[in-house]
Design a binder for this molecule. Sequence first.
Ligand code: DGL
Length: 277
Amino acid sequence: MSQNKKYSPIGVFDSGFGGLTILKEIRKVLPDYDYLFLGDNARAPYGSRSFDIVYRFTLQAVKYLFDQGCQLVILACNTASAKALRTIQQNDLPHIDPSRRVLGVIRPTVEKIGEISKTGSVGIFGTPGTIQSESYNIEIAKLHPGFTTSGHACPMWVPLIENKESDNPGADYFVEKDINQLLAMDNRIDTVILGCTHYPLLLKKIEKYMPHHIAVIEQGPIVAESLKDYLIRHDDMEARLTKGATCTYLTTESAEKFGDLASIFLGETIHPRHIDL
Ligand code: DGL
């Protein structure tokens, strides 16, 4: 970091642990930047909350990250991307600071599936909020006219993950049932998007029940490549970010509780801090 440059990490926000699946991949591709992760674990899951509440909670988190010096914030949460991103970009950013940016995870994922699906039939797993918003259907129809999108909500998956049940037999029941329900919607589905950043934590179970000819799409690597590309195209933003290769973790839950599960998942011991929004 240059002497006179103020700490300016890339902010990464999620309702809980799920955003770590995105952050982990971003740091592999862009290891030099500083990162500030915020998980609103005390108020997770967001998936079954109303539009207005998800928007209010997300805006609070974005403002908090801006106050810590973030010039750029990634909403590493599909529910927040579906329900809050557009309003924040269009209505709030112009007042808060038009030079800062907030980016989501839905658009880059949808851009990518055009290269992957051969049948043009795509399945989406997401939280009830993401599926009800029809954000994926709308984006896919815009970018890939002619594609058919089938969305299925999995209300039990995030609670299973947040309660450390992902590797237990209870998870098998719900994963198998939800896969069967999605595939029954369209027998041409050849690509399934894990449209919730928590879901890669259930990947072992998902692969166990998903027919092998179907591609299961995780968002982490896609979002990481898309951010890399964004920073190449926006050198003004790139120049404002600091490169101390640090990563700081904040949670609205107890730091100890967050650190426990996050450390296991990330494969390194982390020392999160509790904050109040
Ligand atoms: N990880 C989030 C997502 O990508 C939301 C999970 C939740 O809080 O329900 O949708």
